[in-house]
Ligand binder design. Structure first.
Ligand code: PLP
Length: 387
């Protein structure tokens, strides 16, 4: 294997799994194997057929492990594309109901001109079922498309999806689930969960970046207007030669993620207990959450400063929300939860599949020292030597 470009930062403790999980060695091996195949999966000759066989093997894994049908698993470039493909396919002719705390892939992916309505969340970040039912029950010329994430990327909070699915079934709405943060971390099932469609992403499972899937309910291959027509791959639903190495890596990572779920909860709970004792607020605490995610706000200490300090100390964590420029934006998730005052002071700690207990313990000790250095609720300069 070539040396990892991460080697220079090997001393850093990586606690930013919700941004991307470390690549699993088994996924890297599957990618290498697939990269050795020359054929294009659409070619009919022997080499093409070999590539096709590997592609269909990966499809079978993804479909089977997520309770979908083989014919209704569409490979994409990742979670963003899977969500946008679903919105593009199911929004026309429907009113689109989107949770306030959804990821930008969905919030920004609603096609222009669509009849968009926002679904409010409660103080924990869970969708308000009473308001959802009120909205669905309101007489409307258009049927509804409901878009909600299974698990929130910033707080780890889970929506009450079983109840949401029941309401969608009762009112004839299509339920699209953004399962990007959920797959591999909790049970996710397309049919059994009552979803009309589900989006997932390879790199949030320990697979490579650049592969994802949109799973569609329905026994027969479901028509879906493609974002790219191209050569009609993926049964005309997603044109473009499939990224076979990335797809094979995603399928292998999915198998491993589902077969070897790490025990994050005790590590997360110990971290949160210590953080709270040091004055932190855990955003979304009290609601069901992913076991790997803590959104910790330190009143009086800006997130940007915390991140810089922790980075200097060798810890990779995120602010709740970061733009692609790397700047920290105010979190729409925390704002929707009524936590505007904390929105600029929260960081996200998300434990990867590979985390070690001593990594979390070292982080906890550093975080507690960081918190202890705050001055009476006022903002603290990073250069001020807090630890
Ligand atoms: N949905 C959620 C909830 C996410 O957290 C992310 C990425 O952070 C995405 C969608 C986009 O996935 P991808 O990075 O694979 O495009």
């Amino acid at each position: 294997m070539p040396p990892s470009p991460d080697d220079g930062a090997a001393h850093a403790v990586y606690l930013d799994a919700n941004a991307t999980e470390p690549l699993r060695p088994s996924a890297a091996a599957a990618m290498l194997e697939a990269a050795g195949l020359t054929g294009n999966p659409s070619s009919v000759h022997a080499q093409g057929r070999r590539a096709r066989a590997l592609l269909e093997e990966a499809r079978a894994v993804v479909a089977r492990r997520l309770d979908a049908d083989l014919l209704n698993c569409v490979f994409t470039s990742g979670g963003t594309e899977a969500n946008v493909l679903a919105l593009h396919g199911f929004a026309p002719g429907r009113r689109v109901l989107v949770g306030r705390t959804e990821h930008d892939a969905v919030r920004m992916g609603v096609p222009e001109g669509a009849a968009l309505e926002w679904l409010e969340v409660d103080a924990f970040g869970q969708v308000r079922l009473d308001l959802l039912e009120e909205t669905l029950a309101r007489p409307h010329a258009l049927p509804a498309l409901v878009c909600l994430m299974l698990a929130n990327n910033e707080t780890g909070v889970l929506h009450p999806m079983a109840e949401v699915a029941r309401l969608c079934a009762r009112y004839g709405a299509h339920l699209h689930g953004d399962a990007v943060q959920a797959v591999g971390r909790m049970d996710v099932a397309l049919h059994a969960g009552g979803f009309g469609s589900l989006a997932c992403s390879g790199h949030k499972l320990g697979g490579p970046k650049g592969a994802g899937a949109l799973l569609l309910a329905g026994p027969a291959p479901r028509a879906l207007s493609p974002l790219f027509v191209g050569g009609g791959q993926e049964q005309g639903r997603r044109g473009g030669t499939q990224a076979l190495p990335a797809i094979a890596g995603m399928a292998r990572a999915l198998e491993e993620a589902l077969d070897t779920q790490p025990h994050h909860a005790p590590l997360r709970d110990a971290l949160e207990r210590a953080a709270c004792a040091a004055g932190a607020v855990v955003c979304g605490a009290g609601a069901p959450r992913l076991a790997n995610t803590s959104c910790l706000a330190l009143p009086g200490l800006r997130a940007q400063g915390q991140l810089m300090r922790l980075d200097l100390e060798g810890f990779c964590v995120s602010a709740g929300s970061a733009c692609s420029s790397g700047k920290v934006a105010s979190s729409h998730v925390l704002e929707a939860m009524g936590l505007e005052e904390l929105a600029g002071q929260a960081i996200r700690v998300s434990l990867p599949w590979s985390v070690r207990a001593e990594d979390v313990e070292r982080f906890t000790a550093t975080y507690v020292r960081l918190a202890a250095g705050r001055t009476g609720g006022g903002a603290i300069s990073v250069a001020g030597g807090l630890v």
